[in-house]
Design a protein around this ligand. Structure first.
Ligand SMILES: Nc1nc2c(c(=O)[nH]1)N[C@H]1C(S)=C(S)[C@@H](COP(=O)(O)O)O[C@H]1N2
Ligand SMILES: [Mo]
Length: 340
């Protein structure tokens, strides 16, 4: 046996309770930062969140050799344990595919759909695994100098792997035009028709359609008579964004100042029932748009009228708008993500 084998054996012999505790924290961190990453759209918070998410995920990968020692030591593994392992591997692989190769479809699924789907299915198994099967207490020695040094070394290693990964993504083109949310660029001419979950594209009559704005019926012709161009980035949580010139009118032009003053939020509803609430203060930054890049919207991208919300992620850009209403309900009371 040569010396390097000896030292590695010693390194992996330490695998055990602390490996599990570290993996637990990394998984919880990865899951939480993943949700936050879907919610934030502004550059500073988005950068912090996506970098943290990447580091948590890489941390899990780095601990794989130690965890395999733990697994090999245990006498039997229940089927749910295997299922959890498969889901976590699937989640990681899909995440890395998105990171290195960008947005695309395979068998009708995008890498982020697989990534998020696997993570959600893993939650009950993970909870079962942690709570029922592998309850482990923290010990005071976990905060010893040596333990902290080891954690520090792991963190530096993961940080270095992250930087290398970002460099590699530049070569594999996954990082092409990447912005702070992690999304990659698509040309404005190829904006895909995207649903948050289950919405189906309705066929609406452009001439007959009316949007009810605080009780008043507004048609496409009326919007286009006062429309102005607005350049905005549509940034979908499925991992792509497109910068386009939209044509529309801000809600602050359609709703009177006195009306806005009396309200807390603006409720924008789609003909499909898809709905989002916005704080009234954003009235000037929410646009009812009828065109993109000079062309009328297609049914898939929200015809006849959609919302353009330049400072928010794609799922706020309500398509096929039926009504804009003032409300007394605070915007934060709504579910953070649409349920349909
Ligand atoms: N009514 C409705 N509006 C919607 C959605 C939806 O499912 N239903 N999906 C949202 C999501 S997740 C995104 S990213 C954008 C996509 O717009 P696009 O189809 O023009 O690309 O529309 C948003 N508006
Ligand atoms: Mo989206």
């Amino acid at each position: 046996m040569d010396t390097s084998t000896v030292s590695w054996t010693r390194v992996f012999r330490r695998a055990g309770r602390r490996t599990n505790a570290a993996l637990f924290l990394l998984c919880v961190g990865a899951f939480t930062s993943g949700w936050v990453a879907f919610a934030v759209g502004t550059p500073g918070p988005a950068t912090v969140t996506t970098v943290a998410h990447g580091i948590f995920g890489l941390g899990v990968v780095v601990l794989v050799p130690w965890k395999s020692v733990v697994i090999r030591r245990s006498s039997s593994i229940p089927w749910a344990g295997w299922a959890l392992m498969v889901l976590i591997v699937l989640c990681l692989v899909a995440g890395f595919i998105q990171f290195f190769f960008g947005y695309g479809y395979l068998l009708g699924l995008s890498p982020i759909q697989v990534h998020v789907g696997a993570a959600l299915v893993a939650v009950p198994l993970f909870t079962w695994h942690v709570v029922l099967a592998r309850r482990q207490r923290l010990r005071s020695s976990d905060l010893s100098r040596r333990a902290l040094l080891r954690t520090g070394a792991l963190t530096v290693g993961v940080g270095a792997a992250y930087v290398a990964g970002v460099g590699l993504a530049g070569i594999t083109r996954g990082g092409a035009g990447r912005v702070s949310t992690g999304s990659g660029r698509r040309p404005a001419s190829t904006i895909p028709a995207t649903s948050w979950l289950l919405d189906q594209v309705p066929e609406l009559d452009v001439v007959a359609h009316r949007v009810t704005v605080a009780g008043q019926a507004v048609g496409v012709a009326e919007i286009e008579a006062v429309a102005r161009p607005i350049v905005a980035r549509l940034d979908c949580t499925s991992g792509w964004y497109a910068v386009a010139t939209w044509s529309g009118v801000p809600l602050s032009d359609l709703l009177g100042a006195s009306e806005l003053e009396g309200a807390v939020s603006i409720r924008v509803t789609s003909v499909t029932g898809y709905v989002r609430h916005f704080p009234v203060a954003e009235a000037g930054a929410l646009w009812l748009a009828t065109r993109v890049e000079g062309q009328r919207l297609t049914p898939g991208t929200g015809s006849p009228v959609r919302l353009v919300a330049p400072n928010r992620r794609g799922f706020w850009w309500v398509k096929w708008v039926a009504a804009v209403e003032l409300s007394h309900r605070p915007a934060w009371l709504q579910p953070p993500f649409p349920p349909q």
